[in-house]
Design a protein around this ligand. Structure first.
Ligand code: GTP
Length: 203
C-alpha cells in the first residue's frame, strides 16, 4: 500500500474544504467548520494500485501563508493550491504560496514538487476577477497542473485533477527513494495535534 500525502493551501474561503470534500465524497456541502485543521484519510485505487491517501486541510488564519506552510511543505508529497476566480486577492495569495512551496522545497527535493493550482467557484463567472488565462500562465510559470472548477457544481473535473496529481506524486516517489519524510502516516496527525490542536476525519 502506497502512502500519498497531500496538503491543501489557499486563502480563507477559497473553497479548499469544498473542493476536497467533493473529491472524497462526490458531494458538495455548503458550509464547513473552518476553525480547525483537518486530516482526511481515504483508501483508493488508481491504475490498479491501492493507495492510502492523507490530505491535510489547514484552517485559515490571519497572516496565514507563513504559519500554514512551514509544516505541510515538509510533510506533503504534493499540494493543491486553491484560489477563487471571483477574488483577485486569493489569486495573489495562491501565487505567493506557489513561490513559498518552490523556495521551501528547492534544497530538499530532487525534481519538481507535484502541485496543482485550482481556480475554484467557476460558477461565479459573472463576478470573475481572474481570467482563466492568468491562471494558466501562473501554472506554466510554476510548472504545475491547472484547472478551473466549481466545487458547487462539478465532480468529474475535480476528480480528474486529483487523479492526475496523485499519479504525478507516485511518479515522483518512485524517483525519490532517498527522500526524507516523516516516519509513517501517524506522524502528521501527531504533529498537527502538537502544533495546532485538531480533528481527524475519515470519509
Ligand atoms: N458558488 C460557490 N461557492 C463555493 C464553491 N466552493 C465553495 N463555496 C463556498 O465558499 C465558502 C467557503 O468554502 P470552504 O470550502 O469552507 O473554503 P475554505 O477555503 O476551506 O475556507 P477556510 O476553511 O475558511 O480556509 C462556503 O460558503 C462554500 O459553500 C463553489 O465552487 N461555488
Amino acid at each position: 500500500m502506497n502512502d500519498i500525502k497531500l496538503a491543501l493551501l489557499g486563502s480563507e474561503g477559497a473553497g479548499k474544504s469544498a473542493v476536497l470534500v467533493r473529491f472524497l465524497t462526490k458531494r458538495f456541502i455548503g458550509e464547513y467548520a473552518s476553525n480547525a485543521n483537518s486530516l482526511y484519510h481515504k483508501r483508493l485505487s488508481i491504475d490498479g494500485r491501492q493507495l492510502n491517501l492523507e490530505v491535510f486541510d489547514p484552517c485559515s488564519q490571519s497572516g496565514e501563508s507563513r504559519c500554514i506552510l512551514e509544516e505541510p511543505v515538509d510533510w506533503a508529497d504534493g499540494f493543491v493550491v486553491v484560489y477563487t476566480i471571483s477574488d483577485r486577492t486569493s489569486f495573489l495569495n495562491a501565487k505567493n504560496i506557489l513561490a513559498q512551496i518552490k523556495e521551501s522545497r528547492r534544497e530538499t527535493c530532487k525534481g519538481e514538487v507535484p502541485v496543482c493550482l485550482v481556480g475554484n467557484k467557476q460558477d461565479l463567472c459573472h463576478s470573475r476577477q481572474v481570467s482563466e488565462e492568468e491562471g494558466r500562465v501562473l501554472s506554466q510559470e510554476y510548472k504545475c497542473l491547472f484547472q478551473e472548477v466549481s466545487a458547487a457544481e462539478n465532480y468529474l473535473e475535480i476528480s480528474n485533477l486529483f487523479t492526475k496529481l496523485i499519479r504525478h506524486v507516485m511518479e515522483q516517489l518512485k524517483h525519490r527513494g532517498d527522500r526524507r519524510r516523516y516516519s509513517g502516516s501517524k506522524s502528521m496527525a501527531k504533529l498537527i495535534n502538537n502544533v495546532f490542536g485538531k480533528r481527524r476525519k475519515s470519509v
